[in-house]
Design a protein around this ligand. Sequence first.
Ligand code: EPZ
Length: 422
Amino acid sequence: MDKFVIEGGTPLTGTIAISGSKNAALPIIAAALMGDSPTTITNIPRLQDIYTFNNVLRVVGAKVDFNDSENQLVIDPTLVSYLEAPYDLVRKMRASFYMLGALVGKHGYAKVSLPGGCAWGPRPVDLHLKGLEAMGIHIDLDKGYVIAKAEKRLKPASFELKPSSVGATANLVLAAVLRSEEFTIHNAAKEPDVVQLCNFLNKMGADIEGIGTGTLTIKAVDNLQGIEFSNDPDRIELGTFMIAGAMHPESELTLTGCNPQHLGSFTNRLKETGAHIDIDGTTIHVKGPEKLNAVSITTKIYPGFPTDMQAQWATMMTQAEGDSKVTDTVYFDRFSYVPELTRLGAKMRLDKNTVHISGKTPLEGASVMSTDLRASVSLVLAAMVAENTTEVLRVYHLDRGYENLENKLNAVGAKIQRINGN
Ligand code: EPZ
């Protein structure tokens, strides 16, 4: 398993191009299976999760060509015939569960493994299954697999998501676009990833109304056609690099190829820390402040502060003057980074789903363990401002969600060496 050896203490200065979004790409890759002809998607990041999902599509019979040097993916769904997504692939990447909505929506049958948990705890799919049943789809569970069967046309129905869920919203939309006479989702997720999926499907010929609101109404159409589409830039990668730029007083980063609107309330909170933020179209300039103000945050569904940014925020708060707290109301146990940052000298105390942070604390390099994608990138952020050398172990977590991370950061002054493990 590869590790990073990071020499800390140098400011970051220069330009970083933001890659295509992982979380926006995954549902539209599943949606491409709904077409009667091939789809081409550009701005697809070269990430392990994308390679894994491409293999899931190949298992069901789709022809998938990923020209990864061009970040372009061509999916031909016309030969799909095997309507099952196996455990050994779904357990590697829970978003494979989108195959359930896509296959049962397109073919009227799907057998998909229940996804495993993840590093920070259980990730239920009860809302996905209850919503599909509310739509009129028959759901059975058999030896860890979900078996879904649907008639050609399903009677009008509706379902309310409690709590709102990105994955469940996506799966229900995928299942409904070719099947339900009229399906309304209340308290639907409004994340940019869901908006993109709905726009993608409507471009294929679907009939989805209420896009961007908490109420989505889908009316079945008879068929969908393949399209050409450009994937959104990654808002979480963007937010991560904005925090990297804010964490050192001499750092100055220019981030290009962004969609600033996708950051929700994050940008204003970052400005409260004293970081200098300048938005110029699809380019964002970030300059670290002399002194970082301690700013507490609470995660919420979009457009609230994103849960995928809370670990990175808590890391930055170790360098802020004063006490702050980070509360996650989306995932109550997403704090596996706390004991690792503590090894670097951070003063953090976890109390249920809130971590209390005392700053400013100088960090000292040590060996730390990656546990999940966003916790791992937080260890890299900390290592870049820590004194001396930090080893970040099991960086395969990072390879799942950050394209070319060490090369992007080294190009702006970081000192990260990847040591290939066995
Ligand atoms: C998506 O996961 C993202 N993953 C996550 O990013 C992100 O953290 C999450 O949305 C929240 O924004 C992808 O897009 C691939 P949810 P998802 O369903 O869809 C509860 C990353 O780091 N819930 O919106 O699985 C759930 O427990 C990943 O890139 C149920 O109770 O998240 C959570 O508390 C990590 N029952 C809340 O809803 C269900 O059936 C929101 O989860 C489904 C969800």
